[in-house]
Design a protein around this ligand. Structure first.
Ligand code: FES
Length: 161
């Protein structure tokens, strides 16, 4: 009986102690930058011409470490009137940086030749889906983007991380 009681007490004390000492091994510890981030002034975006913007998180946290002003990635902003579309600059094929070819008026990926229209649709190349759009809002004249990354080489848009 005493042995059983000892095992039970050990279990009761051991589980919380194990969780305490193993933190943050089993947790998602990197976070920050999930909120909408201001990337541009709406008034400075030209009509119908994509503009690249860097998305910089005010702070990122990795376990107990805080790092200020971390670049998360880049987006292409396309304004049509008061509406702004934000495309991820990451190619859905294999993750290369998608550029804007102003003479051809399309997006191009230099790695394997995917070409995307201004509406993001695939016009040529191996990309399995259109450019990924990101959530955008305009607030007090600022364009805010909620930056995300998406799984590559699949026809389904699926957020990762
Ligand atoms: Fe863009 Fe392959 S990574 S076409």
């Amino acid at each position: 009986m005493t042995g059983l009681l000892g095992v039970a007490v050990s279990g009761l004390l051991g589980v919380p102690a194990l969780r305490f000492f193993s933190y943050p091994l089993r947790r998602e510890t990197v976070h920050g930058g999930e909120e909408p981030i201001a990337v541009a002034d709406l008034a400075r975006l030209p009509e119908g011409v994509p503009v690249r913007a860097i998305v910089v998180a005010p702070a990122r946290y990795d376990a107990w470490v805080r790092i200020d002003r971390v670049a998360l990635g880049a987006v292409w902003l396309l304004r049509r009137g008061s509406t702004v579309t934000a495309y991820s600059s990451v190619c859905p094929h294999a993750g290369c940086f998608v550029d804007f070819a102003d003479k051809k008026n399309c997006f191009q990926c230099p790695c394997h030749g995917s070409v995307f229209g201004l509406d993001g649709t695939v016009q040529d190349g191996p990309s399995p889906r259109p450019l990924d759009t990101l959530d955008v809002e305009v607030k007090d004249g600022k364009v805010l983007v909620r930056y995300q990354r998406f799984r590559q080489a699949t026809s389904r848009k699926e957020a990762v991380g």
